[in-house]
Design a protein around this ligand. Structure first.
Ligand SMILES: [Zn+2]
Length: 80
C-alpha cells in the first residue's frame, strides 16, 4: 500500500513590528483514515439488506483537510 507524505516548510516572512502574527495553512484532501477514503461503511438493516452508512468523521467525502495555525512571537516572549 502506498503512503502519501506532505511536508510543511516553516519560514518567518511578512512579519512587521506590533504583536504576534498568526498564519493559517490548509492542506486539503487527505484520505480519511476512519473509512479508508470510501466515505461510507456497509451496514445491514433488520431485513438483512445492505446499505451505505455515511462515515461520521469525513461526512461521506472520504477526505479530510488539515488546518494548521502557526503563531509567530519573539523567542524571549514567554507571555500568552
Ligand atoms: Zn471517512
Amino acid at each position: 500500500m502506498s503512503k502519501e507524505r506532505r511536508t510543511i516548510e516553516i519560514t518567518p516572512r511578512l512579519i512587521s513590528p506590533g504583536g504576534r502574527i498568526t498564519e493559517v495553512l490548509e492542506s486539503r484532501g487527505h484520505e480519511c483514515t476512519y473509512c479508508q477514503g470510501n466515505g461510507y461503511f456497509w451496514q445491514e438493516n433488520c431485513y438483512r439488506e445492505r446499505y451505505k452508512q455515511e462515515c461520521p468523521v469525513c461526512k461521506g467525502s472520504g477526505r479530510l483537510d488539515a488546518v494548521i495555525s502557526i503563531q509567530w512571537r519573539a523567542s524571549n516572549d514567554t507571555g500568552r
